[in-house]
Design a binder for this molecule. Structure first.
Ligand SMILES: NC(=O)c1ccc[n+]([C@@H]2O[C@H](COP(=O)([O-])OP(=O)(O)OC[C@H]3O[C@@H](n4cnc5c(N)ncnc54)[C@H](O)[C@@H]3O)[C@@H](O)[C@H]2O)c1
Length: 291
């Protein structure tokens, strides 16, 4: 656990703290000793830590929650920004665009106002070219790929671009974008049986997923990573959602996509090597232990 600038426990604001991933992140950070403030427009009835209801599309509210709220808290040391409409097609495209890009700009801008120099935020596997109707240039796909194919993904791509410029403006700022794969909690694993007979069912992300607990651990590693500047990391578990070996799956559905390197027996098509080597992230959970 890192300490804040005043030598006390680091206080971390988590936007989207009531969401599927955010619920696991706030608990993971609190369990390791960080002081956590969850920021969301919807409360999580099971979270008994600090919570402030906020609409991130309203800049005044964001500026206030990141600079301090009356007698609740007077500073934030780092921001984990997860709040978003979390997938394409849930609401109309323009509404996804407006909510997500506005919220992210407000968080980045208010963090600047509050002199916060550490932001970890949720990008997405979708910027890698999902659903791969156009095959990737190579597999496994990694951080060098920027191919948004939906409005949702376009926003994540624009946020990655915005982060580069915010970091250029402030050389002390660290902004780490985590390109999460499809977030899963243990209750989801029973449904993995439905994938097994057909390699095309999960071809849209080349059989990848991220266990929310490992996603939360990646957030913690990114918070502890001191390097200033903007960077992105693919966050996917190193095992696929399939029992069939990856080589067989690829032979069936993507025989013509060049392989950059040999894949492990059950390695998915998303490459999280960079997160493991640079951030020291060690995913520990597998759906195979739950079925
Ligand atoms: N779920 C996935 O498979 C997946 C995959 C890759 C990336 N991501 C990204 O991870 C992040 C978290 O995803 P999730 O699955 O937990 O989503 P979720 O929908 O479960 O949680 C998102 C939370 O953000 C809040 N929120 C959205 N807009 C807000 C606003 N304007 N003001 C205040 N709160 C707002 C919602 O109330 C919700 O609690 C998102 O940025 C998403 O794009 C998710």
């Amino acid at each position: 656990m890192a300490l804040g600038s005043n030598g006390q426990r680091r206080r971390i604001a988590v936007t989207g703290g009531s969401g599927k991933l955010g619920r696991v992140v706030v608990r993971h950070l609190a369990d390791r000793g960080d002081e956590v403030v969850s920021l969301d427009r919807t409360p999580d009835p099971d979270w008994d830590g600090a919570f402030v209801r906020v609409d991130l599309t309203d800049y005044g509210q964001v500026a206030e929650v990141l600079t301090g709220i009356d007698d609740r808290y007077d500073r934030i040391d780092a921001v984990v920004h997860l709040a978003a409409i979390p997938a394409p097609g849930l609401i109309p495209n323009a509404a996804t665009f407006a909510n997500n890009i506005t919220s992210s700009f407000h968080v980045y801008q208010a963090a600047k106002l509050a002199n916060i120099t550490k932001i970890v935020w949720a990008s997405s596997e979708t910027v890698l070219g999902l659903p791969f109707d156009t095959p990737p240039d190579y597999l496994p796909v990694d951080e060098d790929v920027h191919r948004p194919e939906s409005t949702y993904s376009l926003v994540k791509h624009l946020e990655e671009t915005m982060a580069v410029q915010f970091c250029r403006w402030n050389p002390e700022l660290s902004m780490i974008g985590l390109r999460f794969s499809n977030v899963m909690v243990p209750a989801d694993y029973a449904g993995f049986e439905d994938f097994q007979d057909d390699p095309t069912v999960r071809k849209w992300n080349y059989w990848s997923y991220i266990d929310a607990r490992d996603g939360a651990a990646a957030v913690a590693c990114a918070l502890d990573h001191d390097q200033p500047g903007a960077d992105v990391f693919v966050i996917a578990n190193p095992d696929s959602v399939m029992r069939t070996p990856t080589a067989e799956l690829l032979a069936q559905v993507a025989p013509d996509v060049p392989l950059r390197r040999e894949l492990g027996e059950h390695e998915p098509g998303l490459d999280s090597t960079k997160a493991r080597t640079v951030l020291g992230w060690t995913p520990q959970h597998s759906w195979r232990d739950h079925v």
